[in-house]
Structure formats: structure tokens, C-alpha cells
Design a protein. Structure first.
Length: 150
């Protein structure tokens, strides 16, 4: 079975075959980060185990895809988002810094609703925003500490 290490080596081997900016833009590093998480879960998840094979293949094919115009690029992005989606849904992983903006938006809405009830819109929304900012940071830190971020 492929490992995160063998996938990383394969990615590195083909790195010079694509433009440097494409490597950053298409988040090829994310493929490796996913591989680490998928390998970690693969002992207890059949889908992760089978995804490792798919990732190893993608690590060899990605330059061809990224150099192949929009159809190849969308194929690459589809494969990558499939891994991210599975890690998120089945194993509770999130992107780094995912929670803070979500909680801030939520705090704003709660503040707005509170403003509707008790008045003082600006103050209520301000409090909601700050509370969301803090709660989101706490949640993000917790996810990172648990190794559940990508
Ligand atoms: Zn899995």
C-alpha cells in the first residue's frame, strides 16, 4: 500500500514538470497534507485505504493534468476535493482557520437578532462579532491541537 512518504516522493519527483506558480495555485502541497491524514485514518477506514492508491496515482499524473488546460485542471481539482470532502465528512477534518470566519458571521447574525429584540443594534452586533472572533479562535486552536486541520 502507498504511504504518505511515497506519495510525497512522487510529488517531488514531478515538481519540476509544472510551473512554480501552478504548484502554489493548485495547492499541490494540500495533496501531501491529505495523504498524511488519509494514511493516519487508513487503518480503520476502507475508503481511506483505497484513496491512498488513488493519491499515489494522482501524485504521478498531476503535471500532465495541470499542463492540460481547463479539462485536466478541473479533473485534478475534482480528485483533490474528493479527498478533502471525505476527510471533512467522515473524520471531522477542517481547513486551517476554518472556524473563525464562520463564527464571526454567526456572531454578527446573533447580534443583529438581539438588536431587533432589545435595540442598540451597533452595540449588539459589536458584541456578537467579538464573541464570534474569540469562540472561532478557540475552536480553530482546538482543531489544530487535535491534528484535525489540513
Ligand atoms: Zn476515511
Amino acid at each position: 500500500m502507498p504511504t504518505a512518504q511515497s506519495i510525497k516522493e512522487e510529488i517531488e519527483k514531478h515538481r519540476s514538470e509544472i510551473y512554480k506558480k501552478d504548484y502554489t495555485f493548485f495547492e499541490v502541497d494540500t495533496l501531501y497534507k491529505c495523504a498524511v491524514c488519509v494514511e493516519h485514518e487508513s487503518s480503520e477506514c476502507a475508503e481511506c485505504a483505497s484513496m491512498l492508491d488513488d493519491m499515489q496515482a494522482l501524485a504521478a499524473e498531476y503535471p500532465r493534468m495541470l499542463n492540460n488546460g481547463s479539462s485536466g485542471r478541473s479533473e485534478y481539482e475534482k480528485r483533490l476535493s474528493k479527498y478533502l470532502e471525505h476527510l471533512r465528512k467522515a473524520h471531522g477534518y477542517t481547513r486551517k482557520g476554518f472556524f473563525q470566519p464562520v463564527y464571526m458571521a454567526l456572531g454578527l447574525v446573533v447580534g443583529l437578532l438581539a438588536g431587533l429584540v432589545i435595540g442598540h443594534y451597533t452595540a449588539c452586533m459589536g458584541v456578537g462579532l467579538v464573541a464570534g472572533y474569540i469562540a472561532g479562535a478557540v475552536r480553530d486552536r482546538k482543531a489544530e491541537k487535535n491534528g484535525k486541520t489540513l
